[in-house]
Design a binder for this molecule. Structure first.
Ligand code: PEP
Ligand code: CO
Length: 452
């Protein structure tokens, strides 16, 4: 095929000639082929004009004209593809974005780690328990958590179940938003039922009252309703990890003369799959979507420059976001070199801080957690370093939920390790709960500087 504008030697399956890290091994190739063929026939989950609209917004953010709020589960589960949990995630992201619009005085672009965040990289392919060795759990798109051969052996049918759940999720989110759920005139829609007495919720409601006041004022002065222009759009993102899944939904749009990955608006390349000659970089270089690249300790200036050159040879605005996740202890040391390396290329990027993935630790009993103070410290360092180096930190990438979980320690309620067992629900990484997430939003907005 020679139809790709970026390069004549690219097609949606050209990654297959490269080494593909973090892919499951399916025992039955025929069943896998059938599932992938079926996925290729099914309609796309998103459309190219939505994808292009997001790319324009990211281009604006690269110029300092907007801020990106990207958040959701570490791993979405099929079980949580349910009304209450989708609404709770939407509500927390809308509340946070309202606080951020108010504090930052610029548009906030909302991107959920949602509607397809079902595949996870793992440090080991296999897991051994009591003498039995089985494939590691790689996310609901691939296999199931229970430690039995039937559950752990990768099942190609789950690709279809994941596609369906992603479509159901986005369909529900779109309907809510089109129906007025995200209308700034009715932020009361976004209240979470279970949040009763919370300092964060009280502070949030003060902001809502003040925004509603200014909205009413502006509308009466201008004689215009802000309903349409102020509507909150919402975009979906997931790690573009499972390449057969992404390939099957990659479509050539004649009108645009480009290939689009239509499983999601914004796929990203994870830390473990960004090898310059690897399959993921090969796949991503041919798609027109805006894309994230996670960068962390181990990334070098040359490698990063090679990635930018390969993934964005034409310096297209809006195309690349660099999502850095160095950890609170390393960011000040490691981020400046990355910023210098990017500046030297002249390539436009959006800098996004992920203050979660460099700050994961285990408690004495082996529970994965993150300390709120480290998350805040990394975020503050990120703002400081970018400020000092004259680059713009234009977004934040968080693992969070609207539910009342206890997975990260600290925050306004001072959760301790002992609290973790109470409501630890994540299947992979620990997420911020409602109050912790709101506190982050307030701090980003400059509305809250100290704990307490
Ligand atoms: C993630 O975002 O859940 C993840 C695995 O991140 P990273 O690739 O940065 O480790
Ligand atoms: Co994670």
């Amino acid at each position: 095929m020679t139809r790709n504008v970026a390069s004549a030697d690219w097609h949606p399956a050209s990654w297959q000639s490269r080494e593909a890290a973090q892919q499951p091994t399916y025992p039955d190739a025929e069943k896998l082929d059938r599932a992938v063929a079926e996925l290729s026939r099914l309609p796309p989950i998103v459309t190219s004009w939505e994808v292009d609209a997001l790319k324009d917004l990211i281009a604006k953010a690269q110029q300092g004209g907007a801020f990106v709020l990207q958040g959701g589960d570490c791993a979405e589960t099929f079980y949580d593809c349910a009304s209450a949990s989708i609404v709770a995630k939407l509500k927390i992201l809308l509340q946070m974005s309202l606080v951020m619009v108010h504090g930052l005085k610029k548009p906030v672009v909302r991107i959920g780690r949602m509607a397809g965040q079902y595949a996870k990289p793992r440090s080991a392919d296999m897991e051994t328990r009591d003498g039995q060795t089985l494939p590691s759990f790689r996310g609901d798109l691939i296999n199931r958590i229970p430690f039995t051969p039937a559950d752990r052996i990768p099942d190609p049918q789950l690709l279809l179940r994941g596609y369906e759940r992603a479509a159901l999720t986005l369909n529900f989110v779109r309907s809510l938003i089109d129906g007025g759920f995200a209308d700034l005139h009715h932020p009361e829609n976004w209240d979470l039922d279970w949040v009763k007495h919370s300092k964060m919720a009280d502070q949030y409601h003060e902001i809502v009252t003040s925004i509603s006041g200014s909205l009413d004022f502006l509308e009466s002065v201008s004689g215009r309703q802000f309903h349409q222009t102020q509507r909150a759009d919402f975009y979906a993102a997931h790690e573009g990890l499972h390449l057969l899944y992404e390939q099957a939904q990659t479509r050539f749009l004649e009108r645009r003369n480009r290939w689009y990955d239509l499983t999601t608006h914004y796929p990203w390349i994870g830390m473990r799959t960004s090898q310059i000659d690897g399959a993921h970089v090969e796949y991503f270089r041919g798609i027109a979507n805006p894309m994230g690249i996670k960068i962390g300790p181990g990334m070098t200036a040359e490698w990063l420059q090679d990635l930018l050159h390969t993934l964005n040879p034409n310096n297209e605005p809006g195309r690349i976001s660099l999502i850095h996740r160095f950890g609170a202890k390393s960011i000040e040391e490691l981020l400046p070199d990355m910023i210098r390396a990017v500046k030297a290329t002249g390539s436009p990027v959006l800098w996004i801080c992920d203050p979660m993935h460099g700050n994961t630790e285990s408690t004495a009993d082996g529970t994965k957690t993150r300390r709120f103070d480290n998350i805040v410290a990394e975020l503050e360092s990120a703002f400081r370093v970018h400020g000092e180096m004259g680059s713009y930190l234009g977004g934040v990438h968080l693992e969070l939920t609207g539910d009342n979980v206890t997975e990260c320690t600290g925050g306004a309620r001072g959760l301790t390790e002992r609290d973790l067992a109470r409501a630890y629900k994540s299947t992979v990484d620990p997420r911020l709960n409602y109050e912790q997430a709101m506190e982050i939003a307030m701090r980003i907005s400059g509305l809250r500087r100290d704990a307490g």
